[in-house]
Design a binder for this molecule. Structure first.
Ligand SMILES: Cc1cc2nc3c(=O)[nH]c(=O)nc-3n(C[C@H](O)[C@H](O)[C@H](O)COP(=O)(O)O)c2cc1C
Length: 169
């Protein structure tokens, strides 16, 4: 099985999750790359494409969106993954909506999704957020240190199981 793991990561959290996913798939042919380095025309070369991003203002990163918008070469299977600072789905739950719509319209399927908390490592953004929405302080505190070893292990096991399920179909 030929697998691509690609991601948009501004501060490294989602990149680390991408690497954990790759660790779970060591027995396969896997390429791990930032989405900006992926040619939209190559997606069809893979059996499964894992597409990941941090969540920024409720959406996913531009390079991840553009990859899907600019391809006509859809693989059969996608897996989505993300990291987000707030654990309330109101702050991240709709991030992949546009991309999901394009994927489904093209006839591809989304065979799984993984997400976990990722500490916001941009102090300026955190400061502004706390000024405008002080009620978010507990969520910000909770996010510190994530993704952690448990998140990495979860991502690795998730990847293993999603591919095993596909193989057993
Ligand atoms: C500019 C900016 C906007 C963000 N907006 C959100 C948001 O809307 N919802 C959320 O849960 N987290 C938000 N976050 C937190 C990030 O999603 C989180 O830290 C994520 O792990 C970042 O991933 P990365 O390190 O791969 O870039 C934001 C972070 C930044 C820097």
């Amino acid at each position: 099985m030929n697998i691509l793991i690609c991601y948009h990561s501004k501060t490294g959290n989602t990149e680390k999750i991408a690497e954990s996913i790759a660790k779970g798939l060591e027995s396969f042919e896997v390429s791990v790359r930032p989405a900006k380095d992926v040619d939209p025309n190559e997606l069809k070369n893979y059996d499964v494409v894992f597409l990941g991003s941090g969540i920024y203002a409720g959406g996913i990163g531009k390079s991840a969106v553009n990859l899907i918008k600019n391809t006509t070469s859809f693989p059969k299977n996608f897996v989505l993954f993300s990291t987000h600072a707030n654990n309330d789905p109101r702050y991240y739950g709709k991030a992949f909506k546009k991309v999901e719509k394009i994927i489904k319209r093209a006839g591809s399927q989304i065979i799984g999704a993984f997400d976990c908390i990722g500490e916001n490592k941009n102090p300026k953004v955190v400061k502004l957020l706390l000024q405008s929405s002080p009620e978010l302080e507990p969520a910000i505190e909770l996010s510190k240190g994530h993704p952690n070893d448990e998140d990495f292990e979860n991502a690795k096991n998730f990847a293993k199981s999603v591919i095993e399920k596909l193989q057993n179909k």
